[in-house]
Design a protein around this ligand. Structure first.
Ligand SMILES: Cc1cc2nc3c(=O)[nH]c(=O)nc-3n(C[C@H](O)[C@H](O)[C@H](O)COP(=O)(O)OP(=O)(O)OC[C@H]3O[C@@H](n4cnc5c(N)ncnc54)[C@H](O)[C@@H]3O)c2cc1C
Length: 354
């Protein structure tokens, strides 16, 4: 039975997805006493995610929001966690995106002279490179991209946190306000941080925030074409092993049921065949998750408008892998050194709606 002072901590973190793990690690590094609570059954977006980081995204292929600030942080941060856990989960891999027209090809030739996008372009091809793909107008090879095996990272971090991580459901009704902060069962904590993804919608502290949950479905398939890049157009295709690929994902706002659907499977397979012509041999798995996205597509960082010592680090939507290294640093500097959070991610932008 631990002594009561063993359970006096600085930060109780709710959720050990990618957000909670990164923030807990950075707080530990700053000498803070932390604990994490994580339930295993509910939606865990991080456990389903493909883990892709891609500096140029969207249908129109524009530079991802503040990519020039986010992307230099990705590799050093995840490599630090690899060293810490003794596991390998970061794969740097170029992305090949075929052009669909000569106009698009010309547009990209123009992009390459723009330094802010040019820094992410490895090469532009003006002719088809692969008979196995639909790339009649060539394509662009992007760099500073790759994918993160998030499950491996979370398992490694869980082992690292050891006794500081409890696999249990956080029940907000059991939370008591005390002069020094909060008491939760045997834990006395100065601060609470909600990294609970869409679990935040059930919290009295943060249910007012405009989340916009997005369901995603994702497949693992066998296909006999193993080039050394991630293929991306309509869907992405990430290699997991010889002839084995993760392919996805769909975006659905209306059906937030956690179950897999036949229509999403067909959509993914159809888009895959438009990208890679080689037939799919087998569908090995079909998973779904719900992304903790937000209405303005910007994360939620900051302090509760009334309760001091209650914080949120959440809302990473479809891009947690690229956003979390940069914003976990910003959040810890705010918590420990009182440095400001950027106004566009600070939840203070919504205080007027309470
Ligand atoms: C199909 C799909 C594909 C995706 N692909 C990519 C991709 O390629 N690249 C990318 O960057 N992102 C991708 N994402 C998004 C990515 O998953 C998220 O941005 C990121 O993982 C969010 O992490 P999080 O820690 O904020 O949330 P979560 O991973 O949801 O973690 C929240 C944690 O809190 C826990 N929790 C909630 N309530 C409680 C409670 N009451 N008590 C205890 N614990 C609680 C949950 O169990 C969970 O473990 C994808 C998502 C999906 C669904």
């Amino acid at each position: 039975m631990p002594l009561i002072w063993d359970m006096e901590i600085d930060f109780l973190i709710i959720g050990q997805g990618l957000a909670g793990s990164a923030l807990a690690y950075r707080l530990e590094q700053s000498g803070q006493r932390i604990m994490l609570l994580d339930q295993s059954e509910a939606n865990q977006s991080s456990r389903v995610a493909a883990g892709l980081f891609n500096p140029v995204t969207g249908r129109k292929m524009v530079k991802s929001w503040i990519a020039e600030r986010l992307f230099p942080e990705i590799e050093p941060f995840y490599e630090e966690l690899e060293k810490l856990t003794g596991r390998q989960f970061l794969t740097q891999k170029k992305i090949y995106r075929p052009f669909i027209s000569v106009e698009e090809q010309n547009e990209w030739m123009g992009h390459s002279s723009d330094a802010s996008i040019g820094m992410f372009i490895e090469k532009i091809f003006t002719e088809s490179q692969y008979p196995q793909m639909r790339d009649p107008f060539g394509g662009v090879l992007l760099k500073m991209s790759g994918w993160l095996n998030i499950n491996e990272l979370l398992d490694g971090m869980a082992k690292h946190f050891g006794e500081k991580l409890k696999q249990e459901d956080f029940d907000e009704n059991l939370l008591e306000k005390v002069p020094a902060g909060w008491k939760y069962k045997a834990i006395s904590t100065k601060n609470l941080i909600f990294c609970n993804g869409l679990g935040a919608l059930k919290s009295r502290f943060f249910n007012y925030l405009p989340f916009a949950p997005v369901k995603g479905e994702i497949l693992e398939v066998e296909q006999d074409f193993d080039p050394d890049f991630i293929a991306n157009r309509g869907v992405f295709r990430v290699q997991l092993g010889r002839g084995i690929f993760r392919v996805g994902s769909t975006y659905t706002w209306h059906d937030l049921d956690l179950g897999p659907t036949e229509s999403a499977k067909e959509e993914i397979l159809g888009k895959l065949q438009d990208l890679v012509k080689v037939p799919v041999q087998t569908v090995l798995s079909h998973k779904t998750g719900i992304r903790p996205a937000t209405k303005d597509r910007k994360p939620f960082l900051g302090k509760h408008p009334i309760e001091d010592s209650v914080y949120i680090f959440n809302g990473f939507g479809a891009k947690g892998v690229s956003l979390i290294p940069y914003f976990s640093k910003m959040m810890v500097q705010y918590l420990i050194k009182s440095q400001p959070i950027s106004a566009d991610v600070d939840i203070a932008r919504y205080f007027k709606y309470i």
